[in-house]
Design a protein around this ligand. Structure first.
Ligand SMILES: O=C(O)CCC(=O)C(=O)O
Length: 270
């Protein structure tokens, strides 16, 4: 969305030498409303993200009130930091266990993740009167190694593509949901396949989720691990710099498993 071009005050002053503020930059006088003095900030709602992640009903209610009556709240960064650190340990542990299952030394994957990227996306899906006609999130796979997802309230909506149909995911109480991502598919030369998924919305209830994505470092080369390829011809993907691959990905629409297209060799059908 383009924004309205506004002349720079500094440039205007430099060009004309004016010594007063041009009217368009002045606050309208009828907007001279009182500013709350001390104590006003103490009322601003505070939401404990950590308790929210644990499914605490009171915290969920506090979040709801903050959104409904304020449109604003504070949340302690420490809680998010703690959650992300715990999830990172889980992701690293899962990747090490997967490597062992594949007969690869865990360090082979771990060393590509030194300085790796962990990113977090919090999703809020409002209820929709035409829920059966709208997409919460279009079908896609995740452009990472593993995603750990927390469904933060009781409302389901995530579906995975399985055997030509969409399978609704009903998280077990206290469970985190784990998606195999596209880069793991490439590292394993297709032995582990990323899961295509989408989100549908509810007609009456809002849904909240938090996805944490784990990727190799930006400088890592994304391509089949040599341990996963017996002969050079067996490689189902060409290798590419992770950063370059991401640029190609973000230039495209989210659509099924299209992340893999730029590096897929023609013989590969996965
Ligand atoms: O909200 C969900 O359950 C899934 C979110 C998701 O697929 C994503 O963030 O990529």
């Amino acid at each position: 969305m383009a924004s309205l071009p506004v002349p720079s005050v500094q440039a205007m002053v430099a060009a004309t030498g004016i010594d007063h503020v041009p009217p368009r930059y002045l606050r309208p006088t009828d907007a001279d409303e009182p500013v709350a003095s001390d104590g006003g900030e103490a009322e601003i709602p505070v939401v404990d993200f950590w308790r929210l992640q644990l499914g605490d009903g009171d915290e969920l209610a506090r979040l709801h009130i903050a959104c409904q009556y304020w449109g604003f709240f504070q949340s302690f960064r420490m809680a998010l930091d703690r959650y992300c650190a715990a999830v990172k340990i889980t992701a690293d542990g899962l990747l090490a266990a997967m490597a062992t299952n594949l007969g690869v030394e865990p360090e082979v994957i771990a060393e590509r993740c030194v300085g790796g990227v962990q990113s977090v996306r919090v999703q809020y899906y409002p209820p929709c009167g035409q829920a059966d006609k709208v997409a919460g999130i279009s079908p896609h796979s995740d452009a990472d190694l593993v995603t750990i997802l927390l469904q933060a309230n009781e409302v389901d909506g995530l579906q995975i593509r399985r055997g030509g149909a969409w399978l609704p995911v009903r998280p077990l109480e206290g469970a985190l949901i784990v998606n195999v991502g596209d880069i793991l598919q490439v590292f394993t030369n297709g032995r582990y396949k990323s899961v295509e998924h989408r989100v549908v919305v509810d007609g009456k209830k809002e849904r909240l989720s938090m996805a944490t994505f784990h990727s190799p470092s930006k400088n890592a080369i994304v391509g089949p691990l040599s341990e996963m390829v017996e002969h050079e011809d067996d490689a189902a993907y060409t290798s590419m710099d992770h950063d370059e691959l991401l640029k190609l990905f973000f230039a495209k629409k989210l659509e099924g498993k299209n992340f893999l297209n730029p590096i897929k060799k023609l013989k590969n059908s996965g």
